[in-house]
Ligand binder design. Structure first.
Ligand SMILES: NC(=O)c1ccc[n+]([C@@H]2O[C@H](COP(=O)([O-])OP(=O)(O)OC[C@H]3O[C@@H](n4cnc5c(N)ncnc54)[C@H](OP(=O)(O)O)[C@@H]3O)[C@@H](O)[C@H]2O)c1
Length: 356
């Protein structure tokens, strides 16, 4: 009987393993069953079968050299780390530094490195600046700097030239998942807004700009994104390219918002523009009381109150969507209904006793 050669070892280095995106990536890689996973983050995590968490400060090149430099077994890097800053210009320096530290070190340390996957977003298309051409396509013309996603891709392209490993870049829309303690997680923000509205006995009013109520949007489920990310990293035809990754449907808040309110048994009322950063600043007491009264998992308000990002997304009084067909043409066909995505995340938050 002829013996099959052993399958090549697949070792994923998930950079930013505790993020909205990184958390789902780790879960998906574990579910696939044939990956070993090493997760990097500042806070670290609890190791499980097949997952090892490593605490590191990616801004500190010496720390990265000491930790990542030892990880010679890595075959795939999934980069989804992120440093938040108050202005678009300030995002560039730390986010470029973290990526270059990891990639410079891992390309020296890991002889079997096959792929580096880079998580991007629609800022590549200028979504953070104002109305941009929709649907945005991967080959749309560039815009003036500063913008960190573009600089990160340029660095990666240059670094890869002449190497055996390949890269891919993923461009999701607003990403929704169940992770806590992150600066950008719209689904958690809506769940907490609804929970606190209910506690105050008021309807769930849309707090965004008037025009945002009817603009056309799309979302990206963190689980779908994880599948797409691993697919792109392991499909040879995807090498050295970028892909928009979206749920596959479009929506307007005027249609979706009342259905989300329904899940919380809340009425809606006409939209009322409101800065959540301002209006929710004094709601820590309400949140702590809800946690006590409902016997919820003790989640600090700071872990569920990333209001500036919610304010930003709900201010889009113009269409924000991209053409997701390139990934579909190359073979990624997964689809998620956005309404169901929100409801599933709310269910999950309730099951984990994060919300009542
Ligand atoms: N969330 C969205 O809606 C969205 C949409 C489109 C694109 N994106 C892009 O996707 C990428 C990831 O976003 P995300 O929302 O998943 O980010 P996130 O939730 O803020 O997660 C960032 C991760 O990076 C880690 N990290 C940050 N600084 C670090 C440091 N100095 N050393 C070690 N680890 C560090 C964090 O560690 P700790 O957990 O320990 O702090 C966390 O695990 C970003 O480029 C973002 O622009 C996000």
């Amino acid at each position: 009987m002829s013996q099959q050669p052993p399958l090549p070892r697949k070792v994923a280095l998930v950079v930013g393993a505790r993020g909205v995106i990184g958390t789902s990536l780790v879960s998906h890689l574990v579910e696939l069953g044939d990956w070993e996973v090493i997760g990097l983050s500042r806070r670290g995590g609890v190791d499980e079968d097949r997952v090892r968490h490593v605490q590191v400060d990616l801004l500190d090149r010496e720390d990265v050299t000491a930790t990542v430099g030892r990880l010679s077994e890595v075959t795939h890097v999934f980069y989804a780390a992120y440093q938040d800053r108050p202005t678009w210009a300030e995002l560039v320096e730390p986010n470029l530094a973290m990526l270059t530290h990891v990639v410079d070190v891992v390309t020296q340390a890991a002889p079997d490195l096959a792929h580096v996957s880079l998580m991007q977003g629609y800022k590549v298309y200028g979504a953070h600046l104002g109305p941009f051409r929709t649907p945005a396509r991967e080959d749309d013309p560039p815009h003036l700097p500063p913008e960190f996603n573009v600089d990160q891709q340029a660095y990666l392209e240059e670094k890869q030239r002449g190497s055996r490993w390949t890269w891919s870049a993923l461009r999701p829309s607003v990403v929704c998942g169940g992770a806590l303690g992150n600066p950008m997680n719209l689904a958690v923000s809506i769940a907490v807004l609804a929970t606190i509205s209910k506690a105050h006995g008021v309807p769930l009013r849309f707090p965004g700009k008037p025009g945002a109520w009817t603009s056309i949007l799309e979302m990206t489920d963190a689980g779908l994104l994880a599948e797409a990310t691993v697919w792109a990293a392991t499909t040879p035809a995807c090498a050295n390219q970028a892909f928009n990754i979206t749920n596959g449907d479009l929506f307007r808040w005027d249609d979706l918002w009342p259905r989300l309110a329904d899940w919380f048994d809340l009425e809606t009322a006409p939209p009322l523009p409101l800065s959540l950063e301002v209006a929710m600043a004094d709601k820590e007491g309400t949140w702590d009381r809800l946690v006590r009264e409902h016997g919820l998992a003790p989640t600090p308000y700071s872990d569920v109150s990333a209001w500036p990002f919610a304010d930003f997304v709900l201010s889009w009084d113009y269409d924000v969507f991209a053409d997701g067909s390139k990934a579909r043409r190359l073979g990624f066909h997964r689809y998620v209904r956005t309404e169901q995505m929100f409801l599933d995340i709310f269910e999950d938050l309730r099951a984990r006793r994060v919300i009542p």
